[in-house]
Structure formats: C-alpha cells, structure tokens
Design a protein around this ligand. Structure first.
Ligand code: SAM
Length: 293
C-alpha cells in the first residue's frame, strides 16, 4: 500500500515542494491525522465494488486517497487551481479518482453524476468542508434532490449542533428543520483542532446525514414550508404569532387568518418557534398555505 498523504511529515514535505500557502478565504484547513480520516470514511459505509464517492475540496488529497481505497470511484470538486498539479502527483497511484476544477456551488452536480457514475446506484458525499460555505453546500445537495445516499462531512461543531438539534433546545432552528426534513441527522464525532494544519479557530465535528426515502413530513408546498419555519424563528424571543404577523407577506393585515390557521393546526399562538416539532410546523404551514398561497 502507498504511504498515507495525511501525516504531518508528508503533508509538510508536499506543501514545501510546491511552495503552497494556505488561503484562509477558501477555508483551507488540511487534515493530518490518518485515524480521523479512516473514521470519517468508516461512517460513510462505502463498498469498494459498488459505492461512488463525491468529495468537495480535496486539498492535497488526504481524504481523497482514503476514499479511493474504499470506493469504486471518487469524483472530487476543487476550486483552487494551485492544488491541481499537487493532486496530480499525490493521487497518481489511484486510477479511480477524477478531479473536477469547479466551485461546487456552481457545478451541475446531477449532470456530472450521470456522466461519472453511470450504472452506480449508491453514491455518498464525503468531505472535510470549507467552513465559509458549509450550509450552502449541504442545502444545495439536499434542495436540488441530488440522488445520493447521504453525506458524511466535517464542519464547525456549532453548525453540527444546529443541524442535529431537537425541538426545545437552544440550537433548534430553521436549519435543523430544513436538514431533518430531508435526512436523518446525527453528530458522529467531535474532532480536536490539533488534527488540522493550519488549526481552525473553531471546534469541529463530523455529521452523518442519511437521506430519507421520502421527506419526514408531508407539506403542500416545500418553499412555503421553509418560509414559515424561517419566519417562525426570525426573532427567537417573540411568539409564533408575532413572528408570523411581522414576517409573512401581508401578515399584519392577515392576523385573523394566521390566528385561524394556528387554531386549526392545534397550536397555541403564544408558543415560540423553538418548541414546535417538524410535524407541527408541517400542520401549521399546510393551514397557512390555504390562505397565503
Ligand atoms: N479534503 C482536504 C483535507 O481534508 O485535508 C482539504 C479540506 S479543506 C477544509 C477545504 C477544501 O475545499 C480546500 O481544498 C479548498 O480549496 C476547497 N474549496 C473551498 N471552497 C470550495 C468550493 N466552493 N468548491 C470546491 N472546493 C472548495
């Protein structure tokens, strides 16, 4: 087996050889701990004969290498052109890796999947995400209904806490609802800063999101459902009624309709958004939709 890329000594040697300087603006914090990488890959439950892996931000290839060893094929999106020649060298022992030089937020992931993974039905996204765009990346993959089994990724612990939060907790909000609507979400690892170079300023965690066969609740209109959940958390100390009347278009004139929808959904107007379960939000948005659609 080839020598691992993700050791402090090898990483330093690669960076020095290419005179590479980290760009903070691109969230470049590389992993230098092989055990952590193997654990991340373990949580993705990959099959070397069947699973396709998508990576976002391969860096110098630390995680890419582990994915290449454990999956059928890896497709990795990297925005920083300076990393392409480095990846060409570090990943040269692996013939099942394709690097795509694109911003993941602009890429047509679905089309690339059809091209690169034809005949592969099991695809996982596995990544140590650039922290400045964690939420847009996760939401793009979920909202665009990209046909993946799930996502295992490293991100800021604070965002992991919000994603996997349960109702009634301080971290529960519209992000928890948006992600849990599409997936079963779980924080699987808390990761110390010492496994990165350079070390990030925030704590990190790994989450696993497994897509549900169908969304957790049934809603008349997804866009409106997310609009209602965002409105309900606009000001956390305000009641549901206050937030909805101030945030929904024409909410002030339609206070009576909002009250009627709350009553029909069996939800006290004085409650706060953070106390509502996904089912209650679905009921409420379906009642409100009758009036606001
Ligand atoms: N996977 C490597 C590792 O674990 O050592 C590097 C992870 S580093 C946290 C994030 C990587 O994402 C960097 O290589 C960075 O250049 C890349 N990146 C940043 N923004 C990106 C974007 N919008 N699209 C694709 N890659 C991006």
């Amino acid at each position: 087996m080839n020598k691992d890329i993700a050791t402090p000594v090898r990483t330093r040697a690669i960076l020095e050889k290419y005179g590479f300087s980290f760009k903070k603006s691109l969230g470049q914090n590389f992993l230098i701990d092989t055990n952590i990488l193997k654990n991340i890959v373990g949580y993705a439950d990959l099959n070397p004969e069947q699973t396709g892996a998508i990576e976002i931000g391969p860096g110098i290839g630390a995680l890419t290498e582990q994915l290449a060893r454990s999956s059928k094929k890896v497709v990795a999106f990297e925005i920083d052109q300076r990393l392409l020649p480095i990846l060409g060298e570090t990943l040269s022992p692996y013939n099942n890796v394709k690097i795509i030089h694109q911003d993941i937020l602009k890429a047509d992931v679905q089309a690339i999947m059809e091209e690169e993974f034809s005949g592969t039905t099991d695809v996982m996204v596995v990544a140590n995400l650039p922290y400045y765009v964690t939420t847009p990346i996760i939401m793009k993959l979920l909202e665009d209904h990209i046909p993946i089994r799930g996502i295992v990724c490293m991100l800021q612990k604070e965002v992991a806490d919000r994603i996997s939060a349960k109702p009634g907790t301080k971290d529960y909000g519209s992000l928890s609802i948006a992600v849990q609507y599409y997936t079963e979400a779980e924080t699987v690892m808390i990761v110390p800063k010492t496994v990165f170079v350079p070390q990030p300023n925030v704590d990190s965690a790994v989450i696993r999101l497994i897509k549900r066969d169908k969304p957790a609740v049934s809603v008349e209109d997804e866009t409106f459902f997310f609009q209602v959940t965002k409105a309900s958390f606009a000001q956390r100390r305000k009641t549901l009624l206050n937030n909805l009347t101030s945030q929904l278009p024409n909410g002030k004139q339609d206070k009576e309709a909002i009250l009627a929808a709350l009553e029909a959904a069996g939800i006290e107007p004085g409650r706060r958004g953070e106390t509502l379960s996904l089912e209650e939000f679905a009921r409420l948005s379906n009642e409100l939709y009758k009036h606001f659609k």
